[in-house]
Design a protein around this ligand. Structure first.
Ligand code: PMP
Ligand code: GLN
Length: 387
């Protein structure tokens, strides 16, 4: 077979979750909650099925869910997306990302990604026939202890071939978030270019310490050139439902839907009804920062009692920790060792780089997921104290 992705194996999430299961380790690797969604949301699924919502949904999503997404986006970010022509419900953010990338990028094009990055972007760009161009985030320094976007480097990376820029804030795996100044920079960088912005905001509702999520939808000049992508998996603890969405101006949404209709046609009908009903109460997502901040604080405080050193976590449900006081092994080796020898699975950050074996990709950092029951976090911390 003439492989389209000859160098691609199974993802690091599959690898580490499998290892965690095999070794009965506590899985703080792959990002998913180990607790159930709200019982009220689950009841809505049963109600939708009982009401006969069991056949194909309309191609772009059921109207009630698209309307609820429009209402939320308007209320939070002041952006008016037309549910008829500008909002499409997808099979998770993963499908929305693939569809958006296929819609805009092709042979000879370049698409900029910020490294480290979520693992689906680069394969999607390559399947589109385009070339990924990686711009490194600025790594932590003693003065600025978190990762930061390097806007000057992004500006320098734009060429006449650049078709799109993919960003993801709050950022997986570093937890970095944007502020208003970053949105100003983005506006300035993209002004006068034909670059489409693909903004992966799946952690939009998981920002801490009173921060306000800097969505690109807050800026009309950015929204006008963007695919805004999110996922209910992160927001309602339903990663297994695989329901997300894409908001984009009509001209971009037309192209997006041309591909979406042949990729999946439509996504799970009863889940869409359930989410539409649940979204009516904004508390269901407005309570998320406090919920996850308590878990972040619990993990962070617990890790202070270990030889790991944590990095700041302003958003997402991931916390990075430096293990250089424990080992000088490369990240993947350390993650495997921690799982098999100490029973706690984590994700090496090197896996979010194009070349995980390059020395620059190995900063002796691993990612802990804290979307877990307090009892799971406590049990993991007890083990980590012995490392
Ligand atoms: N983007 C990022 C940054 C993610 O962390 C994830 C989930 N791990 C996704 C996209 C995929 O979201 P979904 O599960 O809705 O496909
Ligand atoms: N987004 C999840 C993470 O970063 C994993 C999703 C997946 O397994 N593809 O851990």
């Amino acid at each position: 077979i003439n492989s389209k992705l000859p160098d691609v194996g199974v993802t690091i999430f599959t690898v580490m979750s499998r290892l965690a299961t095999e070794t009965r380790a506590i899985n703080l690797g792959q990002g998913f909650p180990d607790f159930d969604p709200d019982a009220g949301l689950l009841a809505q699924v049963d109600a939708a099925m009982a009401a006969g919502h069991n056949q194909y949904a309309p191609m772009p999503g059921i109207p009630a869910l698209r309307a609820a997404i429009a209402t939320k986006t308007q209320a939070l970010y002041g952006a008016a997306y037309d549910p008829e022509t500008e909002i499409t419900v997808t099979s998770g953010a993963t499908q929305a990302l693939m569809t958006a990338i296929l819609a805009v990028a092709g042979t000879g094009d370049e698409v900029i990604v910020l490294e480290p990055n979520y693992d689906s972007y680069v394969p999607a760009i390559r399947l589109a026939g385009a070339a990924p161009v990686a711009v490194q985030l600025l790594p932590p320094t003693p003065e600025a202890p978190g990762y930061r976007p390097d806007w000057d480097a992004v500006r320098r990376a734009i060429t006449p071939r650049t078709r799109a820029l993919v960003i993801n804030f709050p950022h997986n795996p570093t937890g970095a978030v944007l502020d208003d100044g970053d949105l100003d920079e983005l506006e300035r960088i993209l002004e006068g270019t034909g670059v489409v912005l693909i903004s992966d905001e799946v952690y939009e509702h998981i920002v801490f310490d009173g921060r306000r999520h800097a969505s690109i939808a807050r800026r009309p000049a950015l929204a006008a050139r963007s695919f805004l992508i999110s996922s209910f998996g992160k927001t309602f603890h339903t990663t297994g439902w695989k329901i997300g969405y894409c908001c984009a101006p009509a001209a971009l949404s037309v192209e997006f839907r041309k591909i979406h209709q042949f990729m999946v046609f439509a996504v799970s009908t009863p889940m869409q009804y359930a989410l539409a009903a649940f979204l009516k109460d904004p508390r269901h997502y407005l309570e998320l920062p406090a919920f996850y901040q308590a878990k972040r604080d619990r993990l962070e405080a617990g890790l202070q009692q270990t030889r790991f050193r944590t990095l700041p976590c302003p958003g997402t449900y991931f916390l990075l920790a430096d293990y250089s006081a424990i080992s000088d092994a490369p990240e993947s080796e350390f993650a495997r060792w921690l799982t098999t020898e100490h029973g706690v699975a984590v994700i090496p950050i090197a896996a979010f780089h194009a070349d995980p074996d390059a020395p620059a990709s190995n900063r002796q950092l691993v990612r802990f997921c804290f979307a877990k029951k307090d009892s799971t976090l406590d049990a993991a911390l007890e083990r980590l104290q012995r490392v």
